[in-house]
Design a protein around this ligand. Structure first.
Ligand code: SF4
Length: 281
């Protein structure tokens, strides 16, 4: 068998659960402090009305899970991780979070719960709640970082500093909860040296997984406005591959790579069009 060039998610899941494991994406109806006015009303400049999720679901949480399990994809695996994807999935009271997470855990084949959030929406109470789930499930938190450069952070209207990321990692480490960080290649005004700094920043944190996203432009975003006004030019495919290669070859080898490109919703993608070829990556 060909040797894998990096720690691949599918292999990791197979090792961990001993069987093919798929993710069930759930839209639990959360919002985001960067959307509801608590931090900003504008959101990150690349974020669409779907809140960085794949689908805007109209079904309740248990129906979303059942739909997936009964679908063709649901027949193709033996165990599942529920993935709370859209917006900020720890941005609520602990009681409401518990209710929403419980609503998804409706089938014996569900072995884990994966929660996407912002670093400034992690605190001790939430970590304690997640630790309770860790008694019976694999629990993993996805933390957006995008870049370690706080000037870029301001430009993309992230509304938290890299120190928030460090703080969230420290809290989650204390409770032994796995962390997957998100970084983006091709953010406005970022150079390869910014990317190098972000990679070494990540390597200095105790995280277990990484999602690498290509920056793409979606309809009705601030980034689209910048693009139309010639204030932002997306990377070419070759430029992206060069940067991606740097990340893959310099990230700590124990870190599992969950994603190596963006997965733009095709109906909303403005540019670059090479982003449509996720499978090819
Ligand atoms: S933190 Fe996430 S959900 Fe909130 S605006 Fe930014 S990308 Fe969108």
């Amino acid at each position: 068998m060909e040797k894998e060039r990096y720690r691949h998610l599918n292999t990791y899941l197979k090792e961990k659960f001993g069987k093919r494991t798929l993710k069930i994406c759930v839209d639990a109806g959360f919002t985001c402090p960067n959307r509801d006015g608590s931090k900003s009303y504008d959101g990150c400049i690349f974020c669409s009305k779907r809140g960085s999720g794949e689908h805007l679901k109209e079904l309740d949480i248990p129906s979303q899970v059942k739909d997936f399990l009964n679908s063709y994809r649901g027949m193709r695996a033996d165990s599942f991780i529920v993935y709370f994807q859209n917006f900020t999935n720890t941005y609520d009271t602990v009681e409401n979070l518990r209710k929403k997470y419980d609503m998804a855990l409706i089938d014996k084949r569900i072995v884990g719960i994966q929660i996407a959030t912002r670093p400034d929406c992690i605190n001790e109470e939430i970590a304690k709640l997640l630790k309770e789930y860790a008694k019976n499930y694999y629990v993993c938190v996805e933390l957006g970082l995008q870049t370690s450069n706080d000037n870029t952070g301001k430009l993309i209207n992230r509304c938290y500093n890299s120190s928030s990321f460090t703080n969230a990692v420290n809290i989650l480490n204390k409770y032994n909860i796995d962390i997957v960080a998100h970084i983006m290649i091709g953010l406005p005004k970022e150079s390869i040296s910014d990317l190098k700094n972000t990679v070494s920043f990540i390597n200095n944190h105790n995280i277990q997984g990484l999602k690498i996203h290509s920056t793409y432009i979606l309809e009705d975003t601030k980034l689209e406005e910048m693009y139309r006004n010639n204030l932002y030019t997306p990377l070419t495919l070759d430029e992206y591959l060069e940067s991606l290669t740097f990340v893959i070859t310099h990230i700590r080898p124990d870190i599992v790579l969950h994603r190596i490109s963006g997965d733009a919703p095709k109906d909303m993608l403005v540019a670059p069009l090479w982003n449509k070829r996720k499978k090819w990556f």
